[in-house]
Structures are given as C-alpha cells and as structure tokens.
Design a protein around this ligand. Structure first.
Ligand SMILES: *Cc1c(COP(=O)(O)O)cnc(C)c1O
Length: 239
C-alpha cells in the first residue's frame, strides 16, 4: 500500500471503531448508522483510495471543488452528498453529480433543484438543513432553516418533480441555546425527524455528527454521520 493508503486505512479503522462503540453504547445495530466521508479540499486521488478501502458515501461542500473531482471519480461506486451552502446558480452543476443534497434550506433552492433535476433526467434526494441557532429571521448563520420552516420545505420537496424527500440534516450550533450541547441539539433534530416521519415515513435520514461529535449524534439516533478531519486529516485551508 502507498503511504497515503495506509494512513487513510488506519484513520478509517479508528473512525469505524468509534462508530461501532457508539452504536454498542446506544444499543443500536452498527448497520443503523452510515458513514459519509467528507472529502472537501482533498484530491480525487484520495476519493479513489477511500473507494478502494470500501467507503461508499462521500460529501463535498463547494461546487467548484466537487465538480471536477466527481467527474474524475465517475467510474467509482460512490454516492455523492452535497453538504454546503448552495447558490441557485450552482444548482445545474451540482445535480450532475450529487445524489443527495443535504443543505436544502429555502424555497428558491427547491425550485431550482427540481428544474435542473428534471432537465438532467435525475432524481435528487433532499434533506432539509435545520438551523438550531436560527435567529428571528428563521435562518442560521451557516445555512439552514429554523424548525418552524421545515414543514413548508418538506411539502415543497415532496410536490416537486425530480426530487425525493429523504430527511433532515443539522450542524451542531456554535451559538444560541444549543451551543456546546451537541447531544441536546442532535436529540432535538431526532424529535423533529419523528414529527416529519409521522406523515412521510420514507424521509427517515437523520444526518448529524462530524469528527468531533459523532458519538453524541449516534447516541441521539442519527442515521448518517459526516466525518472529514478524522479520516483525511486537518484540512490545509478552511472549507
Ligand atoms: C466539513 C463538514 C463536515 C465534516 O467536518 P469534520 O469536522 O472535518 O469531520 C461535516 N458536515 C459539514 C456540513 C461540513 O461542511
């Protein structure tokens, strides 16, 4: 194995151990939690190695970084998640490679995703991104809609051709009542997911937890954890 492959294999094994231990502690089956490796800022060669090591889900947060990378990796059996704030002028590019957009947070974005998904002949899974630190305007600093805005977006996605409502996503808030309380934040997301699923049982994805707080997310009931740094290393630049 190359040095990089050895390094990524070791990091993946550590993350796998953490997820397995968190599942065991929570009395959950390991198969209830899916690992998504966040490959943002890292090269296509790393994505290829991860695929060889058995990773099946990757995530990106910037179209200009993700688009050429996904094209280079088009032969790999990967599901691509888009997890960044998404401008409507990038939607046409993103629907070419993204299977799931986790950062759906406003009606205009749903309309654009639907139009471009239909044009591309693709079905895009959508997660409503929930901002648990939303201000009075109902929006979060790093994207997302406040809990009061979930229903409107969920209905819109459900009624939009080319889109499929898959569930909810959040990032642990740095400010507000949930700052420093990751477990409580993720439990709140799971409660919101329970409410969403009462009318839409298929929208059962709960995407929460990153390198620093994946245990809290698994304990709260997350179905998907998004891990970057713990697998690939500290990113060379902010992303
Ligand atoms: C970068 C990123 C992650 C991964 O964060 P790490 O701390 O590197 O594990 C997860 N989710 C989103 C939305 C991200 O932008």
């Amino acid at each position: 194995m190359t040095d990089r492959k050895t390094e990524l294999a070791e990091n993946l094994a550590k993350v796998e151990d953490r997820i397995a231990a968190a599942c065991a502690a929570a009395g959950r089956g390991r198969e209830e939690v899916t690992l998504i490796v966040v490959t943002k800022t890292y090269p296509a060669s790393d994505v290829r190695i991860l695929s060889e090591l058995g990773v099946r889900h990757v995530a990106e947060n910037k179209d200009q970084d993700a688009s050429p990378k996904a094209a280079e990796c088009a032969d790999l059996p990967l599901t691509w998640h888009f997890v960044g704030q998404l401008q409507t002028n990038k939607v046409r590019s993103v629907v070419r490679y993204a299977d799931v957009v986790q950062s759906v947070d406003r009606p205009k974005l749903v309309t654009a995703l639907s139009r471009e998904a239909v044009r591309a002949g693709r079905e895009i899974g959508c997660l409503v991104q929930v901002a648990l630190d939303a201000g009075a305007d109902g929006r979060g600093d790093r994207g997302g809609v406040g809990p009061g805005g979930i229903e409107e977006l969920a209905s819109l996605v459900t009624d939009s051709p080319g889109l499929r409502l898959d569930g909810l996503m959040t990032v642990a808030p740095l400010t507000g009542e949930y700052a420093g309380r990751e477990r409580a934040a993720f439990e709140r997301l799971v409660d919101l997911s329970t409410a969403l699923r009462s009318g839409r049982p298929a929208a059962n994805m709960v995407s929460a937890g990153m390198s620093a707080d994946l245990e809290e997310a698994v304990a709260a009931g997350a179905t998907h954890v998004r891990v970057g740094t713990a697998v690939l290393g500290v990113r060379p630049r902010l992303g």
